[in-house]
Design a protein around this ligand. Structure first.
Ligand code: NAP
Length: 449
């Protein structure tokens, strides 16, 4: 992998200086800047208009107090965030994350990635992200509802279908989107479906949105396999996480003939050599909100649970990290390489550390970065916005075909761009450059704003 081009050192130093302590944001900015050397050499106009410097500074950052009352009557305080990063291509678009690890640096890394991911979809959406350090785990439904209502009581004034359109992410699924939408509707007295995506199917949601990120990641890998005249047939696949992205990645791999033999949560992993039973997994995780260990208890004859260890020690042909940032480090990459894993595609955002990415590049492992491979979720959110705007609702098969076409388009664009800039087969360079140039051209056209 190339290092940082000399012309970009000052910009990166400025990112470090202006955003102290925000290590995940530094990592995400460095990753994109590393690909941009050939771009600034070819297009001096981007530097003249300070496009990269402007891209590294969010257009707006909102931080707010979220007070709520728990079931015992105690007042609790969390912190809410919305970072509206870039709106050159359309309204800010990006999920909300509820997790105790959330702070400004996490939201900025996610928002920054989102700009380029959204550009890659070819759809008219800018980049943003938000969330809270609230942990939904262990809270009752009514506590979750009161938290979401309080969160939206501040957020509503900053969002709108032409302004900023949040969706889900870690800790924010259909239940939370429902409570958030309900409060938005109540405060504004408007049934503005296009203000949030990931809605339920009976109240403005889109078919395939729930499945989209996981399915999209697998469609992307399928395109990689096709370029090698190969398929999922008979491949051993390991997926990390067991949340929204992981569950639907597993389902689609199995539909395409692959065998997913392991998945995880933050406590450990399960191996099921017969292939993960998705229905059981969905029931445990989506309905009962249980731990992955219970999967092994339900299938003692074929499955085993391994506590506190990395799922990447399970030998596989294809690895799909679908849990969280920096979950696949150098030693995990070394294990995958030792076990002859051929493809790693990021269903999560930035799950592979820079060290892991470097090791995989050196060993010839094909690596698909999240901003390309997991763009199916936001792309389908944009399709949800289209349906809301036209008061329409599309069939499952039609929407899934649109998703598959979009993923093929992103895949091909990454490869074509990598070729054009002298890095054939490099999906990281292709994704970063294709996403960047699309936003940068729009920023040039819109003037210094
Ligand atoms: P989710 O439904 O909340 O699931 C997250 C899963 O990851 C849970 O099973 C969680 O387990 C597990 N996890 C967390 N930390 C882990 C760790 N250190 N090791 C192993 N497992 C861990 O969230 P999600 O929506 O699937 O999102 C997963 C990733 O995909 C995130 O990076 C997100 O930003 C990205 N993404 C999501 C979407 C989307 O549409 N949802 C779109 C694009 C990208 P516990 O229950 O134990 O915490």
């Amino acid at each position: 992998m190339p290092g940082l081009d000399e012309k970009l050192h000052d910009i990166y130093d400025e990112v470090l200086r202006r955003n102290p302590g925000e290590t995940e944001f530094h990592q995400a900015a460095h990753e994109v800047l590393t690909s941009l050397g050939p771009v600034v050499a070819k297009h001096p106009e981007y530097a003249d208009a300070a496009v990269i410097r402007r891209l590294c500074e969010p257009e707006r950052q909102i931080i707010f107090r979220v007070p709520w009352v728990d079931d015992a009557g105690t007042v609790r305080i969390n912190r809410g965030f919305r970072v509206e990063f870039n709106s050159a291509l359309g309204p800010y678009k990006g999920g909300l994350r509820f997790h105790p690890s959330v702070y400004l640096g996490i939201i900025k890394f996610l928002g920054f990635e989102q700009i380029f991911k959204n550009a890659l979809t070819g759809l008219p959406i800018g980049g943003g992200k938000g969330g809270s350090d609230f942990d939904p785990k262990g809270h009752s439904d009514s506590e979750i509802m009161r938290f979401c209502q309080s969160f939206m009581t501040e957020l509503y004034r900053h969002i709108g279908e032409y302004t900023d359109v949040p969706a889900g992410d870690i800790g924010v699924g259909g239940r939370e989107i429902g409570y958030l939408f309900g409060q938005y509707k109540r405060i504004t007295n408007r049934y503005e479906s296009g203000v949030l995506t990931g809605k339920g199917l009976t109240w403005g949601g889109s078919q395939v949105r729930t499945e989209a990120t996981g399915y999209g990641t697998v469609f992307f890998v399928d395109e990689i396999l096709k370029t090698r005249r190969d398929s999922f047939d008979g491949k051993r696949v390991v997926v990390s996480g067991s949340g929204n992205v992981a569950i639907y990645a597993i389902e689609k791999v199995q539909q395409l003939g692959g065998n997913v033999i392991a998945c995880s949560d933050s406590g450990g992993y399960i191996v099921d050599e017969k292939g993960i039973d998705v229905e059981l997994l969905r029931d445990l995780k989506e309905v009962r909100r249980a731990r992955i260990a219970e999967y092994a208890e339900a299938r003692t004859d074929v499955a085993r649970y391994v506590e506190g260890r990395s799922v990447w020690e399970v030998p596989c042909d294809i690895a799909l990290p679908c849990a969280t940032q920096n979950e696949l480090g150098g030693s995990d990459a070394a294990a995958l390489i030792r076990n002859s894993c051929a493809i790693v595609a990021e269903g999560a955002n930035m799950p592979c550390t820079p060290e892991a990415v470097q090791l995989m590049a050196d060993s010839g492992v094909i690596f698909a970065p999240g901003k390309a491979a997991n763009a199916g979720g936001v792309a389908t959110s944009a399709l949800e916005m289209q349906q809301n705007a036209s008061r329409d609702s599309w069939a499952f098969d039609h929407t899934e075909q649109r998703l598959a076409d979009i993923m093929r388009g992103i895949h091909d664009r990454c490869l074509e761009t990598a070729d054009e800039y002298g890095r054939p087969g490099d999906y990281v360079a292709g994704a970063n450059i294709a996403g960047f140039t699309q936003v940068a051209d729009a920023m040039l056209a819109l003037g210094v704003i």
